[in-house]
Design a protein around this ligand. Sequence first.
Ligand code: NAD
Length: 320
Amino acid sequence: MDSLILSKSDVEELLTMDECLNAVEHAFHLHGTGKTQMPAKIYLTFENGDLRAMPAFIEGHAGIKWVNSHPRNREKGLPTVMAILIYNDPDTGFPLAVMDATHLTNMRTGAAGGIAVKYLARKDSRTVGFVGCGMQARTQLEAIVNVAEIEKVKAYDISEGTAKDFLSFAEKFGLDGEVVEIDDACRSDILVTTTPSRTPVVKAEWIEEGTHINAIGADAPGKQELDPEILLRARVVVDDYEQAFHSGEVNVPLSEGIITKDHIFGTLGEIVAGLKKGREDDSQITVFDSTGLAIQDIATASLIYDRAVKAGKGVKFRFF
Ligand code: NAD
């Protein structure tokens, strides 16, 4: 029996953001109601980055993603994040497909950010600010414009060129944009942080009432982007308790005793499933702490695999 090999360009052709948003929202619903199998990701840690193994079983679909995060890779002409996913038949364990999951990771991370905005941001949100304008910022924007009526993008990156390139990307969605200082970017209806920082880059004094923050960058122990005082003022929603405590935006403030686990309001899945409330008033500050879940990957991979089979995409390969 053959497995299907799918390249990055195959995945790019087969996956659209609106379908990815639906798949990821459904995955969060199942996670919120305890209907998924997903051990917390495990890490190998190196001097320049890390590698993570991320298995999951969700609604008849199973597989594992093997993904890195190396913040200095761009100097070497490589993406910060690269991934391969094995998609298995749960009945036999057969590897149905091996696919590039680099684009999949960017898309499913964007989709999680979009779902968080749908449930947690103010309905009248019109500006979105970015601290960090690299790869993840792009798919965050792509997902957010699907769920909110954004009119203006404010971009800040330590590399001004990267912020400018990001604004050219934003033009594709007909959005006006401006390269701004970091405090200005933070004074937005929605703030998205996608840096690999290990010290807070966003100061509490820059965050106004009613802001929603997608904190995407902190996804390994020791990483953090937000002044912990922001978390103390906010309704904090995580994607998964265990992963967030270990490696999310809350990991450092928890280990330093600045916040306790009781301060975490709930998971995005619990909110999507209606078990907990999202935003309750326009003055609330809300934070979505995203570490990235294997169920997002497998839900998206199943979509890609079905599309590939129907479209006759990919290369058939006999491993054994
Ligand atoms: P990237 O290298 O493409 O982009 C990161 C950007 O941040 C770069 O443009 C860099 O110049 C900028 N930056 C670095 N330090 C900064 C600072 N102090 N202030 C402002 N800008 C700064 O990387 P990426 O693929 O976008 O990933 C970004 C982060 O997101 C990484 O930490 C990665 O591990 C994490 N990530 C999280 C998830 C998730 O599911 N939560 C998924 C993928 C990646």
